[in-house]
Design a protein around this ligand. Structure first.
Ligand code: PLP
Length: 372
């Protein structure tokens, strides 16, 4: 038995004629870059804004850039602080440092893995400018609580949606809840390109204008550089692939949700903590993450059985060498510290079969019995 963690090849095979035609068309047009004037890029930006029900979508080179460019567009820089979750991929905090501001970490919600909004206020200082809410693993952060603190202290809210394409909070798609949102289309994400890609989403026309300008060398029209920007473009090939894949995303999302339901049903009788979601949210299961008391044993048993798993993430951000200067200890973020030793990501991708899910759970059941 061999069960991969994700299977990009199987997904390509399932839509090969559409993808091949889209790629051939970009090559025939030589529409490789060209930013805003590139009709593949424009086409994707419009389609994705429509999918989210957002006013503006601006393509860029990757998800990390999309956070960084939005922070710049919000005028956040040296001397400023930005509140970020202790538990995320490093891009979230890295982008804050990249614009010269300081990431200030907040511990994790004990049940949902997203940031614990109740802890935000204690971390607000006169220098705080924004909160980045990460919809981690595909579950929306508790946005009403985040937005309430933000309103009270006049902070910007940036949603990091890299893991949550199509996730919903109280009926609205994530990416439309804060001031602006960043998306990654890294190949392994729920909506993945065939290379690096990302985008920024906002309903605020001024933020949209600034973000588009910064991503394109500070110009909105050719050779009129209003500020110094950078080169962060979504290219034609990636945009064309994304247009095709966006049409399939709702179906793939519902398959992920079915798989999650099956996993959770089977795991209910084991000493494994399955993911939970509040009733008002629609989790899109970028990752299906469980907690197990003896992770090394369970992960080892799964590996021996040919099942690939992952750990997202083995070290919470404040404990990484990169942030040693902050001088944080495990006691500062007790929930994140506890989770990082227990979380285990099981295989999750739309093409997964019920038999594969049953096989994964039966290995876990055996390992849990042996491991106690
Ligand atoms: C993947 C990811 C990013 C960054 O995306 P890239 O396209 O790889 O730069 C940012 N935040 C989170 C939470 C991610 O998972």
């Amino acid at each position: 038995m061999k069960i991969p963690f994700a299977d990009l090849r199987a997904q390509y095979e399932s839509i090969k004629p559409e993808i091949d035609a889209a790629i051939a068309s970009v090559i025939a047009d030589s529409a490789f870059v060209g930013g805003y004037e590139n009709h593949y890029v424009r086409g994707f930006e419009e389609a994705f804004a429509g999918y989210l029900n957002a006013k503006h979508c601006i393509g860029c080179a990757n998800g990390t850039d999309s956070i960084e460019i939005l922070l710049k567009a919000m005028d956040i820089g040296p001397g400023d602080e930005v509140i970020v979750p202790a538990h995320s991929w490093i891009s979230t905090s890295e982008a804050v440092s990249a614009v010269g501001a300081r990431p200030v970490f907040v511990d994790t919600h004990p049940t949902y893995y997203t940031l614990d909004a109740k802890l935000i206020e204690a971390r607000v200082t006169p220098r705080t400018k924004a909160i980045i809410a990460v919809h981690l693993y595909g579950l929306p952060a508790e946005m009403d609580e985040v937005l309430a603190v933000a309103r009270k202290h006049r902070l910007r809210v940036l949603e990091d949606c890299a893991q949550a394409h199509g996730a919903e909070y109280k009926g609205a798609k994530v990416g439309t809840l804060g001031d602006a949102a960043s998306f990654s289309f890294f190949p392994g994400k729920n909506l993945g390109a065939y290379g690096d890609a990302g985008c920024m989403v906002t309903n605020d026309p001024e933020l949209a204008r600034r973000a588009r300008m910064i991503a394109n060398h500070g110009q909105l029209e050719k050779h009129n550089h209003i500020v110094e920007g950078r080169n962060s473009r979504l290219d034609g090939l990636q945009a064309a692939v994304l247009v095709v894949k966006l049409r399939h995303l709702p179906h793939w999302t519902s398959l992920r949700q079915k798989h999650a339901e099956r996993y959770s049903g089977l795991l209910a009788r084991l000493a494994v903590t399955a993911p939970a979601a509040p009733a008002h949210s629609r989790h899109v299961y970028h990752l299906y993450v469980v907690q197990v008391p003896d992770r090394a044993a369970v992960q080892g048993a799964l590996a021996a059985a040919g099942v690939s798993t992952g750990v997202h993430y083995p070290k919470a951000l404040p404990f990484l060498a990169a942030y040693a200067g902050h001088g944080h200890r495990p006691a500062d973020f007790p929930v994140a510290a506890r989770h990082m030793d227990r979380v285990l990501s099981l295989p999750m991708f739309p093409e997964l079969t019920p038999e594969q899910i049953e096989a994964v759970v039966s290995v876990i059941a055996d390992a849990a019995v042996v491991g106690g």
